[in-house]
Every structure is written in C-alpha cells, then in structure tokens.
Design a protein around this ligand. Structure first.
Ligand SMILES: *[C@@H]1O[C@H](CO)[C@@H](O)[C@H](O)[C@H]1NC(C)=O
Ligand SMILES: *[C@@H]1O[C@H](CO)[C@@H](O)[C@H](O)[C@H]1NC(C)=O
Ligand SMILES: *[C@@H]1O[C@H](CO)[C@@H](O)[C@H](O)[C@H]1NC(C)=O
Ligand SMILES: *[C@@H]1O[C@H](CO)[C@@H](O)[C@H](O)[C@H]1NC(C)=O
Length: 187
C-alpha cells in the first residue's frame, strides 16, 4: 500500500520531467549556408542588390572574414534617392520554432554607405512588422562591430514562421547598410 501511494505521488513529477525534456535547441543558419535539418537557406531579393561579402569588389565595407560566422556575410545598401538602390531589399527565411535571433556587423564609420553611414532595418514575422534596428554614424566607435545582435524575438507561438529582414524604408528614410552574418532560431 505504502509502495503504491509512493508511485502515484511521483506521477506529476514524471509528467513535469517529460515536459522538461522538450527543451529548445538552437539552430544556426549562415548567411551563405543552409538549415542542416530542412536545407532551407536565406533568400535575397532583389538578387542584384545583394552581394556575397567575401568576393564583393564594389562593396565599401571590407570586413575581417575571420571575425564573421563561417567566414561569410551578405552586403546590401539602400539609398532612398538612388534609382538602383531604393527598392525594398529583403532577406527572407522560413523556419519552424518559437524564437529568432539576427546577427550582423554594424558599420559606424562615416564612409559606409556612400558617405551617409548608418542603418535602418525592419523585421517582419509572417508579414507583420515586429521590430526594427537603427544605427547612426559614430566616428569614435570601432569601424566595424562584429557579432551584433540586430533583433530577436523569443515569444513566438511554436510553429512555422517566415522571417523577413528589410533594409531601409520603401523609397524614404535614410541610407542604410546591412551586413548580415547569421541567423539563429530555437525549435
Ligand atoms: C539561442 O541563442 C540565443 C542567442 O545567442 C540565446 O540568447 C538563447 O539563450 C539560445 N537558446 C537556447 C535554447 O540555447
Ligand atoms: C559556409 O559557407 C559556405 C559558402 O562559403 C557554404 O557553402 C557552407 O554551407 C557554409 N557552412 C555552414 C555550416 O553554414
Ligand atoms: C519585402 O518585405 C516586405 C515585408 O514583408 C513586403 O511588404 C515586401 O513586399 C517585400 N518585397 C519584396 C521585393 O520581396
Ligand atoms: C560612439 O561610440 C563611442 C565608442 O564606442 C561611445 O562611447 C559613444 O557613446 C558613441 N556615441 C553615440 C552617440 O552613440
């Protein structure tokens, strides 16, 4: 009898223990890599605006690839009044999970991009804007700040989500340089 009661008393603890095992796991997606489980990669639109950093000849930002994740990054410049660079520039990634973290390199130097400096980024989940990031020229700051968390959201309902990172405003706002390094999601 005592034995039976003892086992019953443990049941709620066993249930809690089982829930505890369903721990979140982080998955890292390189800007130039793919999701090891789904093989999804980041889509860059319009493709012509985006540059693969390590081999980019026209990019003003010249990074130390050893300080970037997997040695790569993507570079895109938005300029509100330049006909070729005032289009909405998106990086889009689909994942199944409940948290997302976006990492990039921030350029504070006044010569990125095109003498304007700064960044103005907008983050969308499933088409709705949930966040933003901005930085201004700061000539006393290090030229490049690596491994910077640009935005995160860790209270998404667990499920399929579509992340869109938009560089700059749509034909308005300030010039913006995005140096995208990697994305982490939790599932
Ligand atoms: C996932 O990575 C983010 C960013 O580094 C971190 O804040 C978070 O605690 C990590 N979550 C898990 C479950 O490891
Ligand atoms: C590292 O980058 C290369 C492209 O330079 C890519 O092919 C590879 O999948 C990336 N590795 C990881 C782990 O993301
Ligand atoms: C970029 O993303 C925004 C926000 O989701 C969307 O409104 C816009 O249509 C997208 N543009 C392109 C070219 O994909
Ligand atoms: C500029 O950068 C320096 C060095 O990182 C920092 O101390 C200062 O607060 C920054 N200024 C602004 C306006 O952010």
């Amino acid at each position: 009898m005592r034995h039976k009661l003892g086992r019953l008393a443990w049941l709620p603890l066993v249930a809690i223990g089982t829930m505890g095992l369903a721990k979140l796991v982080n998955i890292t997606i390189d800007d130039a890599g793919e999701d090891p489980s789904t093989h999804a990669s980041i889509e860059y639109t319009p493709a012509i605006a985006w540059h693969y950093g390590p081999t980019c000849g026209v990019c003003e930002a010249v990074l130390n690839s050893q300080q970037t994740y997997n040695g790569t990054w993507h570079d895109v410049t938005y300029h509100p009044t330049k006909a070729t660079s005032n289009l909405p520039q998106n990086a889009t990634f689909s994942f199944t999970g409940s948290a997302i973290y976006i990492f990039g390199v921030v350029a504070y130097s006044g010569n990125n991009p095109g003498g304007h400096g700064g960044a103005e980024l907008f983050f969308f989940i499933d088409g709705g804007q949930l966040g933003s990031f901005s930085s201004a020229v700061n000539k006393t700051a290090p030229k490049y700040t690596y491994n910077t968390l640009l935005w995160s959201e860790d209270t998404l309902p667990h499920g399929e989500h579509r992340l869109t990172i938009r560089n700059g405003q749509d034909g308005r706002g300030t010039a913006s340089l995005l140096l995208l390094d990697y994305i982490i999601y939790s599932t």
